[in-house]
Ligand binder design. Structure first.
Ligand code: PLP
Length: 439
């Protein structure tokens, strides 16, 4: 059994998180329930910032709020001195409602609408990460119309794609994101930005993938970009003040995952940029990163109540819970793996291997295949670990299942931060239809 952050077994023999008994949380708030270990989020955030401080590098650590966006989470990010990455009007609105400092908000996305760009400009956010020419031209004309300046980063694709242990050098990258670093597109975008009266080009951004366990991909990306920046310094007099190397640092979901400590990614990235800057005679840029999963992923646990079971003789036993792909679509979407325990009796002897099914009408709605568990029955509480990133944020109302509540736990206190949806919430946007009858 692997425990994350403040999780432990308490003297009642129950799973406890943040000093709060999970069986009490389930009674108080119902299930399914997302539980966040606030202490662990703080520890992760402080770890990233401390590493940069120790290395003496000017930096920004932006929380990629796509991993889990809510007012309370954004407020926590602010408390920990993080910047914030948003990708939609909705995530930006959440940040504004939370009172997040506008100058520390970075707006991403490959298809920002005119309304989203206007919102970002009117709210005077810190910077927009521009993804393509059509956005660059649109942004420039909206700046002209509103007479507002904006700082930007240009997102580039350096031809490196990284996932877990694999990184692939893709040459001219076939990606919906960003300007290709080497085929002339990035240079054209830089030249356009430098000539604009409204745009201040701070530097470049790249994000090479997610759930990455090695530093090679980041190092290669930093190398390629720094070498290209050196060419542009000579040829078009462009000096990047900022280099944003994205997020994607891997976390432990199961015993098969062996992520590096977060500090290691930062150290290796900084070391590479510093060594390139020294050997090429360039100024050291500010280094920005934008982790999502590695800040909140392992701080989240989902509590479910066990319901029906179905035994298929000699094949497998299905144990169903009161949620599924509606609160965690990752297993169905990309075969994501999780571990779980019985939260109300985690110390009971493991007696069988079962598969955890969701309650949605999809055969693919399976949360965990082949999980070793004690014999579980209706009413037992299942805690699925590591659901803090892309769980709630990708939740949906398939089968008109209401989204669960979210609770923060810290130092023995629990705080409801997102209310459970009600049945009325599910129909609140619906309108009746009456066919007009011609007389
Ligand atoms: N930055 C960008 C541009 C992304 O697309 C993503 C994730 O998709 C992230 C940051 C965060 O990645 P992760 O949650 O893997 O750290």
């Amino acid at each position: 059994m692997h425990f994350y952050g403040t999780s432990k077994i308490n003297d009642k023999g129950h799973l406890e998180i943040g000093g709060v008994d999970t069986t009490i949380l389930a009674q108080k708030y119902g299930t399914p329930l997302y539980v966040y270990d606030v202490g662990l989020i703080r520890e992760r955030a402080r770890g990233f910032k401390k590493t940069f401080d120790q290395l003496g590098v000017t930096s920004q650590v932006a929380y990629a709020s796509k991993a889990f966006s809510s007012v309370a989470m954004v407020q926590l990010a602010e408390e920990e001195g993080l910047s914030l990455d948003v990708v939609s009007a909705g995530e930006l609105h959440t940040a504004l409602v939370a009172g997040f400092p506008r100058e520390k908000i970075h707006f991403h996305g490959n298809n920002k609408s005119e309304e989203e760009i206007k919102m970002a400009l009117n709210e005077q956010i810190g910077c927009i990460v521009v993804d393509n020419f059509s956005e660059l031209f649109l942004l420039n004309s909206i700046c002209e119309e509103l007479q507002r300046p904006i700082s930007i980063l240009l997102r580039v694709t350096p031809g490196i794609e990284a996932h877990t242990h694999d990184y692939i050098l893709t040459g001219q990258e076939d990606s919906k994101f960003g300007f290709d670093l080497l085929n002339g597109q990035a240079e054209q975008a830089i030249e356009f930005s430098l000539q604009s009266n409204h745009i201040q080009l701070l530097g470049l951004h790249c994000h090479i993938g997610s759930q990455i366990f090695e530093t090679t991909g980041f190092i290669l990306a930093a190398q390629k970009i720094m070498k290209q920046l050196n060419i542009w310094k000579e040829q078009i007099n462009f000096k990047a003040k900022v280099l944003n190397l994205g997020g994607g640092f891997g976390i432990r979901y199961t015993s098969e995952d062996e992520p590096l400590p977060a500090a290691k990614y930062v150290e290796e990235i900084v070391k590479e940029v510093q060594s390139q800057a020294t050997s090429l005679g360039m100024e050291m840029p500010e280094i920005w990163i934008e982790p999502g999963r590695s800040l909140v992923g392992d701080a989240g646990t989902t509590l479910y109540e066990i319901g029906s079971q179905k035994e298929v003789p000699n094949i497998r036993k299905y144990v169903a819970v009161d949620g599924g792909m509606s609160d965690n679509i990752r297993p169905a979407l990309y075969d994501a793996k999780y571990e779980a325990v019985l939260a109300n009796r985690p110390l009971d002897e493991i007696e069988e291997t079962v598969s955890i099914a969701g309650k949605c009408c999809e055969s693919g709605d399976m949360l965990i295949w082949d999980l070793p568990l004690p014999k579980a029955g209706r009413g037992d509480l299942l805690a699925v670990f590591c659901t803090g990133a892309y769980g709630y944020s990708m939740s949906n109302n398939y089968n008109r299942i209401a989204r669960p509540a979210v609770v923060f736990v810290e130092d023995g206190e629990d705080t409801l931060v997102v209310k459970r949806e009600t049945l009325d919430d599910l129909v609140k946007q619906d309108l009746p239809y009456k066919k007009k009858v011609c007389k």
